[in-house]
Design a binder for this molecule. Structure first.
Ligand SMILES: *[C@@H]1O[C@H](CO)[C@@H](O)[C@H](O)[C@H]1NC(C)=O
Ligand SMILES: *[C@@H]1O[C@H](CO)[C@@H](O)[C@H](O)[C@H]1NC(C)=O
Length: 149
């Protein structure tokens, strides 16, 4: 009886989340667009698929051009109902990033503040790349390349 209850819970809560993350994994492995945005899972053994690393190559016409930025995304068990937590691992100076922790501050990054279930990690990374090229960010003095939060 208890086993049955357990299986029922798995069927109705965990599967849609896993299905969604498996789709994202597959897409990440195929490679996205021009390759300037990518991501993959940190630990292939984590059945909950929680920890991911994203990479953004800085956009043209900005101080970020050609720089390689690493980010950490954490999809908790309530993903995709709730957004993942996202932080830069590589140091960066952007208005939406906490300058001490690298965490993206939701109130300064609309996609996290107004999260919708359809949004993906790819969307977040693509939007952050656009953010780097935005007028309020593209000329900010940057920390040395290859330094980390
Ligand atoms: C980080 O941001 C805070 C608040 O915006 C500011 O007071 C502080 O000087 C900044 N620190 C650095 C290292 O830029
Ligand atoms: C971020 O950029 C602003 C404006 O260029 C600058 O005053 C500030 O010191 C920079 N912060 C860091 C941590 O480099």
């Amino acid at each position: 009886m208890q086993d049955m209850f357990f299986l029922t819970s798995l069927c109705c809560l965990a599967v849609p989340r896993n299905f969604r993350l498996l789709e994202e994994l597959e897409r990440g492995e195929k490679g996205i667009g021009d390759g300037t945005v990518s991501y993959g899972m940190d630990d292939g053994d984590d059945i909950y698929m929680r920890s991911w690393t994203g990479t953004i190559i800085g956009p043209h016409n900005s101080v970020h051009e050609g720089r390689i930025y690493q980010l950490k995304l954490f999809c908790d068990k309530d993903y995709p109902e709730k957004p993942p937590s996202v932080r830069f691992h590589s140091r960066i100076n952007l208005t939406c990033v906490n300058n001490e922790t690298g965490v993206i501050e939701a109130k300064k990054f609309g996609m996290l503040a107004n999260w919708q279930r359809e949004y993906t990690m790819e969307d977040i990374l693509t939007q952050l790349k656009k953010e780097m090229a935005a007028p309020h960010n593209r000329k900010l003095v940057q920390p040395p390349e290859g330094t980390y939060f």
